[in-house]
Design a protein around this ligand. Structure first.
Ligand code: PGA
Length: 227
């Protein structure tokens, strides 16, 4: 009914989101599509740099980042926590150790996301802050491929805990490193200069009124927030 009142029944909602958020964005879209079955959704998934380019070009209604660009005029809402955690295979010797610190991590072969990745940006800022370097052995453009390499015991990594949601983590464990997690946050971002459609405004309302609490519950039930 609200769709009629607000003057839309159909239309296209365009979203561009960073790769790590693809684990939860679809779960937000489901209930919205149920409410507005005649709308279309275009979901673009790229790394942080690719998503910033789309924002600059004004292509989409909303963007999802955990590190929004500071040099573009935008509006945003903070949406959800995004803890970045260290992962290893459960049989990796480091997984057996206790009282782990960043120093223990820095000796191990590390698998890093590519340049342009927000995950990498967050890790680099964190390392600067702690005045440490990692032993980067591989650079990979995909969270999934990194997880599989860690499962194959080829190294360790730091990824968003969201990448561990909804199964598929066979053999992966989270390392209790003293200095971790990196406490990032998700933001929904939109351009100040682009006029918001009624559909986009309704989606924003949906995120704020239903989406946030829905995902917080899922994060808790998937044990995303524990250390
Ligand atoms: P990424 O972004 O997918 O580019 O690593 C994630 C983030 O911004 O935290």
């Amino acid at each position: 009914a609200i769709g009629n009142i607000k003057g839309f029944k159909s239309g296209t909602l365009r979203l561009a989101v960073v790769t790590t958020s693809k684990y939860f964005i679809p779960h937000l879209l489901g209930p919205f599509l149920e409410k507005y079955p005649d709308i279309d959704i275009q979901l673009n998934i790229g790394n942080r740099q690719q998503t910033i380019e789309r924002l600059k070009q004004g292509i989409d209604d909303f963007y999802v980042f955990s590190h929004p660009p500071s040099d573009i005029e935008t509006q945003s809402i903070e949406f959800l926590t995004n803890p970045l955690v260290a992962i290893a295979h459960e049989d990796h010797p480091i997984a057996k150790k206790q009282n782990l610190t960043l120093k223990d991590l820095s000796k191990e072969p590390f698998i890093m996301r590519e340049k342009g990745s927000g995950t990498r940006y967050a890790i680099e800022e964190f390392l600067k802050h702690h005045n440490t370097k990692l032993n980067v052995k591989m650079t990979i453009e995909s969270n999934e491929a990194i997880k599989h390499l860690v499962m194959s015991k080829l190294g360790i990594s730091i990824l968003s805990a969201h990448t561990l949601m909804y199964g598929g983590q066979s053999g992966l464990v989270r390392l209790p490193i003293k200095e971790l997690p990196i406490n990032a946050h998700w933001f929904f971002v939109w351009s100040k200069s682009k006029r918001q459609t009624l559909l986009a405004a309704e989606f924003l309302d949906h995120i704020e009124t239903n989406g946030r609490s829905l995902l917080q519950k899922e994060m808790i039930s998937n044990d995303i927030l524990s250390r």
